[in-house]
Ligand binder design. Structure first.
Ligand code: 8YV
Length: 324
């Protein structure tokens, strides 16, 4: 008999077919409390889980007593309680490599859009305001050759350093848990402490996962150390920044602008002050959202689940210690 799997994100037809070849699949539209109740039997017999979003914690695991592996269609896994998974011996698989270049493109887009006010001025053109040759009221600030600070030098940070340094001639500063030799040798990136990163960066790009350590890592105190001319870009997880403190800094003008793809609450609530600030570019979490990359993520997530439930995991496992 094929193992049972709960699928909570729709897949392209060919990938769904591949999943069906290996497993008996129950597809639902998200891990909502309603679905947890409605499909209680499917959760009760599920050995595998595939999707993205939704909380998978001790309470969830109590409803999935046969679960052996969870496969998320994302690199980030802050919605999983990894300690609880470890206690139960449940493997967690993710998609860390396939989206790197696409997310780095999104970060560079935010750098450019925030500095050159791309969204704001394009909206003014559409509103018919471009009626004469533009003056300083429409100008932005330069990107090329400015100092780019990267907080978190993982795969995405490295891909951003490549774009910024080789493409835009930007000196790179970074702070991370440890030195990154490749970033230093290929892109001349300079390691520094967080204070120096905050004080010196013209553009500060956050590329960190959300953990207990990174939650609200950038708050009022840290924002106050940044140059008033600096631009803050976040495409990791919203809660790495204290959003209220960021709003206050942008309103007071102690920070020049922000380019944000992620927020503390997503979708961004309609009454968020971020939506009314002209110096904010707010995107709907498009980091990895291209046709090619989302297909690649779904493909990797399917392969990850097949490997995990067949006992041949070689990569993409968050808790490989369980394999020993
Ligand atoms: C996905 C992401 O947007 O991979 C991640 O961690 O944030 C995004 O690429 C999202 O999780 C939807 O699958």
């Amino acid at each position: 008999m094929k193992p049972s799997v709960v699928l909570y994100k729709s897949l392209p037809d060919d990938l769904r077919k591949r999943l069906d070849e290996h497993f008996t699949v129950t597809e639902i539209d998200g891990l909502t409390p309603e679905n947890m109740a409605k499909y209680a039997d499917a959760f009760n017999s599920a050995e595998g889980l595939l999707g993205s979003g939704g909380k998978v914690d001790g309470e969830f695991l109590a409803k999935t007593p046969r679960l052996k592996a969870a496969s998320t269609v994302s690199v980030g896994y802050d919605n999983f309680d990894v300690d609880a998974l470890n206690q139960r011996g449940v493997l967690l698989m993710h998609t860390p490599t396939v989206l790197t270049e696409t997310v780095a493109d999104t970060m560079m887009a935010l750098v450019l859009a925030s500095a050159r006010r791309v969204v704001e001025v394009a909206e003014r053109v559409k509103a018919g305001e471009w009626t004469e040759s533009i003056g300083p009221a429409w100008f932005g600030i330069d990107v090329h050759h400015k100092k780019l600070g990267i907080l978190g030098m993982g795969r995405i940070g490295l891909a951003l350093a490549q774009r910024a340094h080789l493409g835009f001639g930007m000196p790179i500063l970074y702070n991370a848990r440890k030195h990154h030799e490749e970033a230093e040798s290929r892109f001349d990136a300079r390691y520094c402490d967080l204070d120096t990163l905050l004080k010196e960066s013209d553009f500060l790009c956050i590329s960190l996962p959300l953990t207990r350590e990174t939650h609200h890592l950038i708050g009022a105190e840290q924002l106050a150390k940044m140059k008033p001319s600096a631009v803050l870009v976040n495409a990791g997880r919203g809660a790495v920044i204290d959003e209220q403190a960021l709003i206050a800094a942008l309103q007071k003008g102690t920070l020049h602008a922000a380019g944000l793809d992620v927020f503390e609450t997503e979708p961004l609530p309609a009454d968020s002050p971020l939506l009314t600030l002209p110096n904010v570019v707010a995107l709907p979490h498009i980091g990895s959202a291209t046709h090619e990359t989302r297909y690649g993520m779904a493909r990797d997530a399917v392969d990850n689940l097949i490997a995990a439930l067949n006992g041949n995991v070689e990569k993409n496992c968050v808790n490989p210690q369980l394999l020993k």
